[in-house]
Write a new protein. Structure first.
Length: 311
């Protein structure tokens, strides 16, 4: 329990599977990034260099994701009353933004290479791309399994990074083979641009998911109108309004509502019934229900209309 306050939920997130997965992924990525940078410079392949730039972003993104996981284990204090769970979403947003920026950079460099084609060293390019393909297949499988065990937007963003890397490795191999048989150097930047487009789409998806959480929108898994109807359908409830539902981070939801109850109902009984409904049917454990009456709490036209309806 916190020294200064009591929280019925800890507002922390212990994710041992995600933590272990990200450590393994980070170490393998750092190793292969160095290999790919050296290989790209030696072979003069834009496809390899663009992929190594993406790998550098992977290292930074994974580092940020690791920081988010450790931050999420810190308990709330007098200033951060929800703890540090939201840092996971901020990290995811930055990761998605990094993906989008890198994709634009790859696309711009690809245009330059189309205008001024450059020779590439096929054997080195193909060898490093093959190693990269094996590494990225392993990392994609590891991350994919982790997302099935624990819901974490940072692991999802890391997965998108490596899906991009996997496609990039396949693209580089295809590019090397086609250039070898056709001598058409423009294939290298063209494939890089295609991969860049896929990376951009992944980044945009992560940015959108993070943005929706940061804007405190209703999570997509919930239907707010249906929840409103469920609460209104309770025998003890006369009206529910000022209903808000948002995610602090993935799988951590909060709900607030103002409720008019029927005259004969004890307010505590109403709160208990509503909390029971929210927890058992929707999995919402952090809810704040305020019991009101339009005679005591001014609701303007809304309150007057309610009183007339009751009369």
């Amino acid at each position: 329990m916190n020294n200064y306050d009591f929280h019925h939920l800890d507002h922390v997130k212990e994710q041992n599977t995600s933590k272990k997965t990200l450590w393994i992924t980070l170490l393998l990525t750092m190793f292969f990034t160095i290999v790919e940078i050296v290989g790209g410079l030696v072979s003069n392949s834009l496809a390899l260099l663009s992929d190594s730039a993406h790998m550098i972003s992977d290292v930074l993104a994974l580092g940020l994701s690791m920081a988010a996981i450790y931050m999420a284990t810190r308990k709330p204090n007098r200033k951060y009353t929800f703890g540090f769970l939201r840092f996971e979403i901020i990290a995811s947003f930055l990761n998605g933004l990094a993906l989008a920026v890198i994709a634009v950079g790859i696309f711009a460099e690809g245009i330059k290479r189309i205008i001024q084609p450059q020779a590439v060293d096929m054997p080195i390019m193909l060898t490093i791309a093959s190693i990269g393909l094996a590494v990225n297949v392993i990392l994609t499988i590891v991350l994919s399994r982790s997302t099935k065990k624990e819901e974490n937007l940072n692991v999802k963003s890391a997965l998108w990074h490596f899906v991009g890397d996997l496609l990039s490795s396949v693209g580089i191999i295809v590019s090397a083979i086609l250039i070898h048989f056709t001598g058409f150097l423009m294939i290298d930047p063209l494939i890089s641009m295609v991969v860049g487009g896929i990376i951009f789409l992944g980044g945009f998806k992560i940015i959108r998911e993070s943005y929706l959480v940061l804007m405190e929108t209703v999570p997509e898994k919930f239907d707010l109108d249906a929840i409103r109807e469920e609460i209104n359908g309770l025998d003890i409830v006369a009206d529910v309004h000022e209903l808000h539902l948002w995610a602090v981070t993935t799988e951590h939801y909060s709900l607030t509502a103002h409720v008019f109850v029927k005259k004969e109902v004890e307010p505590f009984c109403a709160i208990l019934a509503i909390n029971h409904l929210l927890k058992n049917k929707y999995g919402i454990e952090h809810s704040t229900i305020q019991i009101e009456h339009p005679i005591l709490h001014d609701h303007g036209d809304y309150g007057r209309a309610f009183m007339l309806k009751q009369a």
